[in-house]
Design a protein around this ligand. Structure first.
Ligand code: MV4
Length: 449
């Protein structure tokens, strides 16, 4: 087991990792920018190192500074959290070259899944259902048109180096296709330095359902059910829940076992999430995330598995915590990402939290690093905290979520709490009857300004 872990992240996920380390008896090193000197993970860590000025490129993305922090503290492993360097294969390799453990998958798997074309080819080879489309990159000439005609319009042009919604263009007709191809390729070239694009059948109103997996790196892998993350705004997840309101046990077992088998074949190590679009009862692979995700607590609440603790134990050579038939999905969980933003315009609202009262009670969890008097800096994402609720059923979970949202107080800054208080009372949400575009349509209908 590791002796000392450097947490190369900030905010709620840094605190989350720190908690797992403490429960494992591992000492912790917090790193922080000058803007995060008063952050909670810095106060609770055994040691802390200032690694630079507020800008992420000069601090949390500053690999030499992180290596130096490992050197002076004697850390033997680094946990990247999510975002920042968590899916940077080169960072994982550099750590290895310095005899430091990267708590995450092998660099080759990070690199493989970071290339959306290679990821899709791998998924297909491993028996995972994919969206109909081109078999690899297309060039903006005749073959693209032939493929588009074969899969049928509308089609989506996607950037190989994209992901998370970046570098996507819809083509509804032949006339749109050439423009969509050249626009997507140009944007991909400037955004990612790689103009490669591929084609897919455009699914009109799918849900976003992702499967959590855990692999031991030696051919063992289990799936831990799904999270429905369809409620998104501008590719930012807002409300995530598990299990999905539209999946039954048979559908869950079928797709879960397919994904677990694929991860066994890859000898994947650590946590991973395979993202699908789900429409008319069919799953379509779109991407794989090779990191712990923001919404991981939903899975923890319904399976009872501490995903971050298991991630660390497995990275140190440990076994999977249980076999597949011991994984039980118990009840229902919903996570709301509370942001320091205006709930209508979503304009960021950094500043000092004057009053802070997190809700409590059975089945109510707050993953947050803020406190009364904390000043939310303007340099990073606007997450105040994640309100995660569990109930024996979705109905009980919704009732508890409504109560917890009404109890929660965050004064001094604007937050998106009012949005969640409205959503939890919205008939379509109560019925679980929504898709990936539902929230933006709902917000468009609500816009007053
Ligand atoms: C799609 C799609 C429809 N058809 N692919 C958006 C980000 C990345 N995860 C892939 N995304 C999409 N890929 C096909 N073939 C629609 C989206 C999409 C989306 C997917 C999941 C959650 C929210 C979304 C919002 C807009 C578009």
């Amino acid at each position: 087991m590791f002796d000392k872990i450097l947490i190369a992240n900030r905010g709620e996920i840094a605190l989350r990792i720190l908690r797992a380390c403490k429960e494992l008896g591992i000492s912790t090193v917090a790193v922080h920018s000058t803007a995060d000197a008063d952050a909670m993970h810095v106060r609770l860590a055994d040691e802390s190192v200032c690694i630079g000025p507020p800008q992420s490129k000069d601090s949390y993305l500053n690999i030499p500074a992180l290596l130096a922090a490992c050197e002076i503290t004697g850390a033997d492993a680094v946990h990247p959290g999510y975002g920042f360097l968590s899916e940077n294969a080169r960072f994982a390799e550099i750590l290895g070259e310095h005899n430091l453990h990267f708590i995450g998958p092998k660099a080759e798997h990070i690199r493989l899944m970071g290339d959306k074309i290679e990821a899709k080819k791998t998924a297909k080879r491993l028996g995972i259902p994919v969206v109909p489309g081109s078999d690899g990159a297309v060039t903006p000439d005749q073959d693209a048109l032939a493929i588009a005609k074969e899969i049928g319009f509308p089609v989506l042009v996607k950037a190989a180096a994209g992901g998370g919604g970046r570098g996507m263009k819809v083509a509804h007709t032949e006339a749109d296709l050439q423009l969509a191809l050249t626009t997507a390729a140009n944007e991909a070239k400037s955004a990612f330095g790689d103009a490669s694009v591929y084609l897919e059948k455009y699914l009109q109103k799918p849900r976003h359902i992702e499967i959590q997996v855990l692999g031991d790196g030696r051919g063992g892998a289990i799936h831990l059910g799904e999270r429905d993350c369809s409620l998104q705004r501008r590719h930012q997840k807002v409300w995530e829940e598990g299990p999905s309101p539209v999946l039954d046990a048979a559908a869950r077992a079928k797709i879960g076992n397919t994904v677990a088998k694929a991860m066994q074949e890859l000898k994947y190590i650590g946590v991973g999430t395979i993202e699908f679009l789900y429409e008319d009862g069919e799953f379509y692979f779109i991407e794989m995330n090779t990191r712990i995700q923001v919404e991981h607590p939903v899975t923890e609440m319904i399976t009872g598995i501490d995903l971050v603790l298991e991630q660390i134990r497995i990275a140190a050579g440990g076994d999977l915590p249980m076999s597949q038939d011991q994984v039980v999905i118990n009840g229902h969980s919903i996570e709301c990402r509370v942001n320091a933003e205006n709930p209508v315009s979503f304009r960021p609202s950094p500043g000092k939290i004057q009053q802070y009262h997190p809700p409590g009670g059975l089945g109510v969890r707050i993953d947050s690093a803020v406190y009364q008097g904390y000043v939310i800096p303007p340099y990073y994402d606007s997450l105040v905290g994640k309100l995660i609720v569990h109930g024996k059923s979705r109905v009980e979970c919704l009732m508890r979520l409504r109560r917890a949202l009404d109890e929660m107080v965050v004064d001094g800054i604007e937050t998106t709490l009012p949005l969640f208080r409205a959503l939890v009372r919205e008939p379509a949400i109560i019925d679980g009857d929504y898709h990936i575009h539902w929230l933006e349509q709902y917000l468009a209908g609500q816009k007053t300004d």
